[in-house]
Design a protein around this ligand. Structure first.
Ligand code: ZN
Length: 246
């Protein structure tokens, strides 16, 4: 009888140990005991406001900076998203390899459209993509995302002329001229000047969207979408929304 009690005690201790160790390991399903398996639905997208989407992007960036990204079951999400998509935002980002756009907002499959072009400039094809994202697919926010220490911006400052880079640089030169006119430490290689050109370049892209897309402009005036600018800091991972965080 005494032996049986000891055996029973070992079994109980063993079970408790297993339960406790499982609660701290991936067998429970990662952080917060949650792995996202679903994707945005049409109903969920339709209920979102532009302000809620911006807040979602902000909160995702906070998690990214804290190295606390959401765990996702990509296999299940791929199957969920195969038939349709209802993303909440469209991001226009630079080509830069240091900016994994979905990651920096802690978003995954089906969450956001991403249009990438060096220098996050606006052209007809990007405008068509933005109009598709918002007017056809229902996204609620357009973000023009510039970034510090941008190679395309530096090429613009250096007025690089070669191949098809030339037409890109011509677009960016408008921001160079604008920053120089504002006399923000116009020494071409200064950190302040590069920052000023990055900022001006995002503002010019926002103006280009408003000036050349009556569809997006009207959606914004109706309160159905927001069109905002943001800057990504490649030193910290932080995204600052212009006119909101500065
Ligand atoms: Zn760049």
């Amino acid at each position: 009888m005494t032996i049986d009690k000891k055996v029973l005690a070992y079994i109980v201790v063993g079970m408790l140990t297993a339960i406790l160790s499982c609660s701290k390991s991936p067998c429970e399903g990662g952080k917060d005991n949650l792995i996202v398996e679903t994707v945005l639905t049409a109903d969920e997208q339709s209920r979102l406001t532009p302000a809620q989407v911006i807040q979602s992007l902000r909160e995702g960036n906070v998690r990214f900076c804290a190295n606390d990204l959401t765990a996702r079951d990509h296999s299940k999400q791929i199957r969920e998203a195969a038939r349709s998509q209802f993303p909440k935002a469209v991001i226009v980002s630079c080509l830069d390899s240091r900016i994994p756009v979905e990651d920096i907002f802690d978003k995954g499959i089906g969450d956001i459209f991403v249009a990438r072009v060096a220098g996050n400039v606006i052209n007809e094809d990007i405008l068509g993509s933005l109009e598709y994202g918002c007017a056809v697919a229902g996204a609620k926010v357009v973000v023009v995302l510039g970034h510090e220490n941008c190679g395309a911006i530096k090429a613009g400052i250096d007025n690089v002329r070669t191949g098809n880079i030339t037409s890109l640089v011509v677009k960016i030169r408008r921001a160079v001229d604008q920053a120089a006119a504002a006399e923000i430490n116009p020494a071409p290689k200064s950190k302040d000047f590069i920052h000023a050109v990055c900022l001006a370049n995002v503002q010019i892209s926002l103006t280009d969207i408003h000036d050349n897309s009556p569809i997006l402009k009207t959606l914004e005036e109706q309160g159905k979408i927001s069109i905002v600018g943001a800057l990504y800091d490649i030193n910290t991972g932080q995204v600052k929304f212009l006119d909101r965080d500065q």
